[in-house]
Design a protein around this ligand. Structure first.
Ligand SMILES: [Ca+2]
Ligand SMILES: [Ca+2]
Length: 146
């Protein structure tokens, strides 16, 4: 009887520490993440931003919206967004990515002259309306100066 008690304790220990047969399987679902953001200008000197969003999950992601903001670098949080652009994305299959070129002139209601800014704070909010159920919802915001 004592032998079985020790065996049960050993199995319980393995299960609790994740080595047993009840270890959590890898999560199933799409996961959208921003993998690249570039800010550049074309031959006419018009500035644009080009975000890339990858689906690093193992299921396709359906239609969703990704919001892109451009702010003056160092602008206080309560003054953001100073300008924004809502991108409609039809979907991103598992393992592939979406990219777009958005001219600064297409951003809505800029409170600042975006083209004149020497440094731009670019914020990308992937799946901003949470239309896609992802395995990780905490890696959807990109925020950096360019
Ligand atoms: Ca995500
Ligand atoms: Ca989501």
């Amino acid at each position: 009887m004592k032998k079985y008690t020790i065996l049960l304790l050993a199995i319980s220990f393995l299960v609790l520490t994740g080595f047993g047969p009840c270890a959590a399987p890898s999560p199933v679902g799409p996961n959208l993440v921003v993998t690249d953001v570039t800010v550049d200008k074309d031959e006419q000197g018009k500035k644009f931003v080009s975000p890339t969003v990858a689906n690093v999950g193992n299921r396709d992601a359906g239609p969703h919206h990704t919001y892109i903001e451009i702010n003056e670098a160092g602008a206080p949080d309560d003054e953001k967004p100073q300008s924004w652009y809502p991108a409609e994305v039809s979907g991103i299959t598992a393992g592939s990515s979406w990219t777009s070129v958005i001219y600064f002139s297409d951003f809505s209601a800029p409170h600042v002259d975006l083209d004149a800014l020497p440094i731009h704070n670019v914020v990308v909010r992937v799946d901003a309306k949470n239309q896609v159920e992802e395995t990780n919802e905490n890696d959807n915001i990109y925020d950096a100066n360019h």
